[in-house]
Design a binder for this molecule. Structure first.
Ligand code: PGA
Length: 253
């Protein structure tokens, strides 16, 4: 099954629009060309969306948001809808990142509503799932992944999820410098794909990209990407510096 690798940066709450413009200028000058056998995306803060879209114009880089609210519009102070993100020129949106789940109360049901809202707005949802350290130590990893997948994809058919991307991010590996070993990551990815087969059918499961996230760096990306069920990376810290992210994009297959 041919799944095009997707290397995605997640800037979290970093970079103003000026800093975003400078980042893409530097990235483009370092990249010289973007090979078309890989996709590249950056999830940027809302106020940097338009500047990032403009700065990346003419390149294949996809700009993404980091969250959305599921209503179209209304009295929802502080929230941003999928159509607003789409109108800013973005093509994708992160949903259910563990920081949203842990710090901002995103529940499985919310994640599901947000995935559906992203699809309605024509955005690619990048739905994040992953276990905490306590859950891993309690041997609950597969149960947690199963629950987060089932909740997040509730009510969706294979056809609905044509553009969906998943990201497996063990919470204990995010921003800690601890990476899952390629084998641990592969095991989780293979389990996710098996469950996707049961939920959406084997054809869709075989075509769906599952990214790994959690302390991905230039020096560990190639080994992770060599695993059969790892189809890309979601990169936090190492996506903030163009020189380091370029090495991740150009990993040796
Ligand atoms: P990290 O973050 O690469 O800094 O560990 C990954 C993420 O949170 O998406």
């Amino acid at each position: 099954m041919n799944r095009k690798p997707l290397l995605a940066g997640n800037w979290k709450m970093y970079k103003t629009s000026d800093q975003a413009r400078q980042f893409f200028k530097d990235l483009i000058s370092l990249a010289a060309d973007f090979s078309n056998d890989r996709e590249v995306a950056f999830a940027v803060p809302f106020p940097s969306l338009e500047a990032s879209v403009a700065a990346a114009a003419g390149t294949p880089v996809i700009i993404a948001a980091q969250n959305l609210y599921w209503e179209e519009e209304g009295a929802f102070t502080g929230e941003v809808s999928g159509s607003m993100i789409k109108a800013a020129g973005a093509g994708a949106v992160l949903i259910g990142h563990s920081e949203r789940r842990q710090m901002f109360g995103d529940t499985g049901e919310w994640v599901n509503r947000k995935v559906k809202a992203a699809l309605r707005s024509g955005l690619t949802p990048i739905m994040c799932i992953g276990e905490t350290l306590t859950e891993r130590e309690g041997n609950l990893t597969l149960e947690i992944l199963d629950r987060q997948l089932t909740e997040g994809l509730a009510g969706l058919t294979a056809a609905d999820t044509a553009v969906l991307v998943l990201a497996y991010e063990p919470v204990w590996a995010i921003g800690t410098g601890l990476t899952a070993t390629p084998q641990e990551a592969q095991e989780a990815h293979a389990f996710i794909r098996k469950r996707l087969g049961e939920l959406l059918g084997q054809t869709r499961a075989d075509g769906l990209r599952i990214l790994y996230g959690g302390s991905v760096k230039p020096d560990n990306v190639a080994k992770l990407m060599a695993q059969p069920d790892i189809d890309g990376a979601l990169v936090g810290g190492a996506s903030l510096d163009p020189a380091s992210f370029i090495k991740i994009i150009k990993f040796d297959a």
